[in-house]
Every structure is written in C-alpha cells, then in structure tokens.
Design a protein around this ligand. Sequence first.
Ligand code: HC1
Length: 589
Amino acid sequence: KINLTIDHIQVSVDKGATILEAAKKLNIKIPTLCYHEDLCVAGNCRVCVVEQMGSDRLVPSCATPASEGMEILTNSLKVRNARKSVIELLVSEHRAECTRCYKNGVCELQHLSSEYLIGEDGLIDLVALKNYTIDYFSPSIIKDDSKCIRCQRCVRSCDQLQNIGALSVAYKGEKMKIASFFEKPMYEVVCTNCGQCVNRCPTGALIERNYIDEVWSAINNPQKHLVVQTAPAVRIALGEALGMESGNIVTGRMVAALRRLGFDSVLDTDFTADLTIIEEGNELLQRLKGALVDKDPEVKLPMTTSCSPGWIKYIEHMYPQLLPNVSTAKSPQQMFGALVKTYYANKIKVDPEDIVSVSIMPCTAKKYEANRPEMHSSGYKDVDLVLTTRELARMIEQAGIDFKALENEEFDSFMGVSSGAAVIFGATGGVMEAALRTAYEIVTGREVPFDGLNITPVRGMDEVKEAAIKIENPLPEWSFLDGVELKTCVAHGLANAKKVMDSVVNGKAQYHFIEIMACPGGCLGGGGQPIPTNMEIRKRRTEAIYREDEGMPIRKSHENPEVVKLYEEFLKKPLGHKSHELLHTTYTP
Ligand code: HC1
C-alpha cells in the first residue's frame, strides 16, 4: 500500500494507482478531459494538473502514480490558475457556439468553462484562423473539427477498443488535427460507424447524425402510420439519460413514453430477435449437416453472427474472404423493418407506403445499416429512421414528459411479444446463449444442460469466451450430431473480434459458431447509449439485462407464441421461401 495525503486528507492506495484514482477514493473530483476509464492514459490535456507540495511542479494527476508520503493539493491557487489557463486555451481553439451545438448542456468543455468562469476577457479567438472541415457525409456520425480539442479519446477508442485506426493524429503543432485516412469523409474510410468515438468525445466534435426532427415531422403527419421498434439494450439504459441510476430496467416506462410521443404502434425488436434465433439456429444446423453429412466444401464453418452492423462493416473491410462464414440472417432491426411493411401492414390494413418505420437503437451503426442498399426487401426502405437511445431521451425531454413518473405500459401486439432469450441479445454472449437454448432443444428435445437455462460460460466481460456443449442422444432427424461437441466462441469489441478471426484464418480455431458484437460489452455498451459509458456502467446494465430475462414468463425464442403464429400465418417454415425473400441477405466484399 502507498500512503499519501490529498488536500490534507490521508489515503492509502495500491501500488501503481494514480493520484487521480487516489482522489476518487476520497470523493475528490479532479476535472479531466483526455482521460477516460476505458482508455489508456494520454495525459495530453493538462486539465487534471495538481500541486505536489515540496516541488514547484504541477503534475497531471491521471498520469502520475501516487508515491509514499506525497502531499497533493488539488485546488490550490496555483492549480486553479493553471487549470483556468488550459481551459481558456482550449476554448479559444474551439468553435464555442454553444447555444447552437448539439452537445449544448452535455459538453464536458462547456461544463468546465462554466465551473471555472471562463469569460471573454483575454480570450484570443483562434478558431477563425483555422481552416476547419465538417464531415456530414456519414448517415451515422458527424465529425466537426472546429469543435475538436485534440484530446484523442476518439483516436484511442478506435485504435484500442476496436483496432481499426480510422482516426489518427495528423500534422504537428498548431496544425495538429484528428483526421481520417487522407482526410477523406468518414463514410469512405474503414470506419465501422460503431460510434465508440462519439460516446467518448467530450465536446461536439463527434456526434451522432440525429433524425429527431424527421421523426417529429412524421409523427405530425396525419397521413402516416408511425411504427416504432425498440432494441433490447435500450430498455436498460434509457433511464440513465433521463436522470436515473444505471442498472434500472425501464421497459414499461419506455413503452408509455413512446405512446405519449405519438407513435401509433409501439412494438419490439426483441420479437425479431426471437425470429433471428429461429432462422439463424436453423441455418447453423443446416450448415452442420452440409459439412458433416454431405461433406460439401461450399459450406462454411464456423458460422458467425450477423446482427451487429459494425461487425459486418468490419469483416467487409478486414476479412472479406470470410464473408461466406457470416450468417445470412439479417439483423433483428432489419427483419423487423421488412416484416412491418409486408406482414404487419397487411394485418393492420395500412398501405406500406403510409408507414414510417422508426427504430430506437443503442447503436450509431444501425443508422448506416438501415441505409444499406440491401435493406429494401419489402419493396420500400425497410427501416426509415433510426434514433439512438440518446435521441429518444431528448425527444422525451422535448415533449415535457416526466419519465420517472410514468406508469408501466405493455407493447402492442402483434410483434410486441418476446422472450428472455431476446432481451439478452443486448449483452455480449446473449445471442449465443439464446441460440444454444433453442438449437439444443431442437436437436435433442431437451433443455440445455445448464442451471436454469443460464449458460454462464458465455456471460461476462472476458474479452474472448468459449463454451462447448456435447450433443448426446439427439432426436432421430439429427442423429449425425450424436457425440458432436458443439464449440462456440464469443467476442465483444472489434479488437477482440480480430483475435478470434485471426485464429480462424490461420486454422487454429476449431469453432462451429462465433458471436461477434462490435461494441465492448455488446449492444449495452453501444455508441448510441447514454454518456458516460464505462466498465462499471456496462456491468450494471448487464446485470439489468439478465434480471429482465429471469423475470420473463418465456425464456426461449422458439416458445414465443407470436413467432410461432408468424410461421403459421405467413412464413410457413424457417429458411423457407418467404424467409429468404425478407429475412436473409448476403454481403459482398
Ligand atoms: Fe443490438 Fe440486435 S442486440 S444488434 O446489439 O441483434 O444495436 O440492443 O437491436 O438488430 O435485437 C443493437 C441491441 C439490437 C439487432 C437485436
């Protein structure tokens, strides 16, 4: 243990802890900008400087280890003056049109500027001297260099969490900026639209492209029937953006709020998450038969999941030779969109032309996915507008709804009923667990041999997780699987996906099925989720997801009565003609 004092209060910390961490232990808040719990220390903004007594140096608290006997002052006059100068400099280089900024009210620089009473006196306006660019071309992310403070949280997110490097530091000195490859639009480089940079950007330099006004216009158009679907991970995080603690399940309040906002049908992406399990599970079994019985060299294993659009964009860029390994099942968002403008439109007797299909997602890449040319199988754009969890929270605020006071309401049916297996899609390992609950039962007629359906080896925050299930005494139709050990792997965050895919490429991996989610923790840690998102918050959201699953009356996708009915009335059978037309796709390198 290391003993030191901070603002004259004694504290002990483990060796290696920083001054910032020691201060946190005492509930002393030291302001930070470049620092983020998820990322390596950069120590470049100098906002977190503190005074070390007995030395005339100010040291960055995020990058300085605590040492025995240290006496630290976090708020001395010297510290305040230095900090104020740093903030003034940052503001002078920042296009501080705060009232017109999307991050107004939630900008970390704005908060610091307010706390430190940064006025116009003495500020040099350096913004005008620079030739800034604003990149509006991506359907997911807007990059505005005039608001960048060069803290490099985005660079580190893209590099460390995702191993992509779509953003890097370019030029030196006063010309230094955060740039994409050859300063091309984000839309044209290897960016996967995951939004991890957006989630960590302290200012308005990287924001989601928002479609709030488009949704309000549609709501106010009496000709239009507004259908909304909500992703699994929104219900356990939306409350955070509306003043609640992390880890609250707000499904019922969210449904009530969506009705108050004016959506005509409030439905659930979880319904098509269950459907995805049926289609994808059957595809896996078909591939296993093709490989093990027919010995067809065209059948590719391992099969990977396909529901995370950041992952799809990543594999298209990085491992195009493995695209045949990706399940052809569309994501639940897109299955939902295709069904809404065909089956559902017919059911409610509304012309699909008059339906506006909106989805609420924890993800910025979902905006990109909905805009892909493949996603028009209904004959229309299957999903018209995608909002993030943060955008929905803003609409709820705009409408003056007291979210905490809302009574729980139920989703509409049809396409509103779901299972616990669907809700866990939002956590890393959830798709795998949901798939195994169903596939094992299809093959053996028995429940998975785990405690209460909880397949714990695929749960949790380990970077790469593996689980194997031995199939014994299958039903006669599946006798070729008798004794087969089904080997699965789960990775979250694209840096971890890379490790798994490299092992597939070099032949070391012997998996049958791999789940990849682009974001750390799975969708619950998505780029469109409330800010801040960090490890502690991801853990609380994860616990909430599994609580929601445990509390559901149905916990297996194939037992969802509405999905069963959808097959009876419309699709007829998994992987059938209608399914192929509406629910499956292929991606080309
Ligand atoms: Fe996800 Fe999915 S789980 S991809 O993480 O398969 O975004 O939540 O909606 O489509 O269902 C995201 C979440 C989400 C899809 C589902």
